[in-house]
Design a protein around this ligand. Structure first.
Ligand code: OFO
Length: 172
């Protein structure tokens, strides 16, 4: 049993995660249209990871005896100026997600909802990793500047990213 306030807050975060998936799917398509197949792959893996995040909230809400209320997902931007622009928007979005996770934890603490507090810890660690990855890539893109060869080398590096599905039978 979780409070109504907590259920609604978790539900909103589920929607945020689905929006994250939408945003990165849009970026993947845009990168592909520029011929940057490695960037497209990186964002496609990111999309897949976000669907896992959304399902974690979905399963958690159900496991607490509540049901999910799916809300409309906002349309993400569909055009981006440069690869750097995509990653700067990615970092900004992830910082928003970090702050929304922190707000959820504040709520769990206020409500003495220890189960939700523990559930949310995974996301705290994940957000540190996500923001670090984005900052690393932004740093490389700034170093590369207008150097096409550098961009192609980074494209090859990002093309090697592989999605690791959650363990079968475990919580995704
Ligand atoms: Fe990108 O971590 Fe979820 O939203």
């Amino acid at each position: 049993m979780i409070s109504n306030t907590m259920q609604q807050a978790l539900n909103r975060q589920l929607n945020n995660e689905l929006y994250s998936a939408y945003l990165y799917l849009s970026m993947s398509s845009y990168a592909g249209s520029l011929g940057l197949k490695g960037f497209a792959n990186w964002f496609m893996v990111q999309y897949q990871e976000e669907t896992v995040h959304a399902m974690k909230f979905y399963n958690y809400i159900n496991s607490r005896g509540e049901h999910v209320e799916l809300a409309p997902i906002a349309g993400p931007p569909t055009e981006f100026s440069t690869a750097l622009d995509m990653f700067e928007q990615t970092l900004k979005h992830e910082q928003f997600i970090t702050s929304s996770i922190n707000d959820l934890i504040d709520l769990a603490l206020r409500e003495k909802d220890h189960a939700s507090h523990i559930f949310l810890q995974w996301f705290v660690t994940e957000q540190v990793e996500e923001e670090e990855n984005d900052r690393d890539i932004i740093g490389k893109l700034k170093l590369i500047g207008d150097n096409g060869q550098g961009l192609l080398m980074l494209d090859a590096e990002l093309g090697a990213r592989v999605f690791t599905p959650p363990p079968a039978g475990g919580t995704p």
